[in-house]
Design a protein around this ligand. Structure first.
Ligand code: HEM
Length: 170
């Protein structure tokens, strides 16, 4: 790989780690902020909670998630890590993304149905975020070989077949 591109790996990794710190930290703090919402709170308190959770989700947590995924995707190709622990990690990243979407849904519900919606107990979303985070960190820091996982041949060998559609010649 081009030398100057390789020399940017530490910077990309820094962006990845800065992004995931904000992403995961934000996802852990949002349920706790949302738990302060109660249909019975006075209008000023409600406005404060709604504004703080909305701004945190849209201006910090979601952009940090995008930064983490973009930097992580670059790292796959720069570090050439096409290995089982990475695929396992990506499966748990998918769970983290699902938790991200769920928390976003709660933020929206609290905003749209102030008098009716009661957010879930914070322990549930916190667990939904913390569990994949801990597994991801274990996988990425221990980098286990996971040699006991037997991938089917169709996943590891080029198939040598044509696309089932016409490809333009240029
Ligand atoms: C789509 C999302 C993600 C992708 C594609 C991705 C991919 C990668 C890649 C390729 C590396 C470099 C590994 C190496 O240098 O050996 C890396 C490093 C790292 N990732 Fe991710 N990652 C993603 C999300 C996450 C998340 C959500 C976390 C934490 C919860 C995380 C934690 C880390 C850590 C701590 C490192 C540094 C590990 C080291 O340098 O030994 N990543 N990531």
């Amino acid at each position: 790989m081009i030398d100057w591109l390789l020399s940017t790996v530490p910077m990309v990794k820094l962006a990845h780690i800065a992004g995931l710190t904000l992403w995961c930290g934000g996802l852990l703090v949002l349920p706790v902020m949302l738990a302060r919402h109660d249909p019975a709170v006075v209008a000023d308190d409600y406005r404060l909670i709604r504004r703080a959770t909305h701004l945190t989700y849209t201006t910090v947590v979601t952009p940090a998630a995008v930064l983490t995924v973009i930097a992580g995707t670059w790292l796959i190709f720069m570090r050439e890590v096409f290995v089982p622990w990475l695929y396992a990690k990506l499966a748990f990243v998918a769970l983290l993304v699902a938790a991200h979407a769920w928390i976003g849904h709660i933020v929206v519900k609290v905003a749209e149905e102030p008098g009716e919606h009661r957010p879930p107990h914070p322990v549930l979303p916190v667990l939904a975020v913390l569990s994949p985070c801990l597994v991801i960190l274990t996988l990425v820091l221990a980098k286990p070989t996971l040699g006991w996982i037997a991938f089917p041949e169709w996943l590891t060998e080029p198939r040598g077949v044509q696309l089932p559609l016409d490809v333009p010649s240029r």
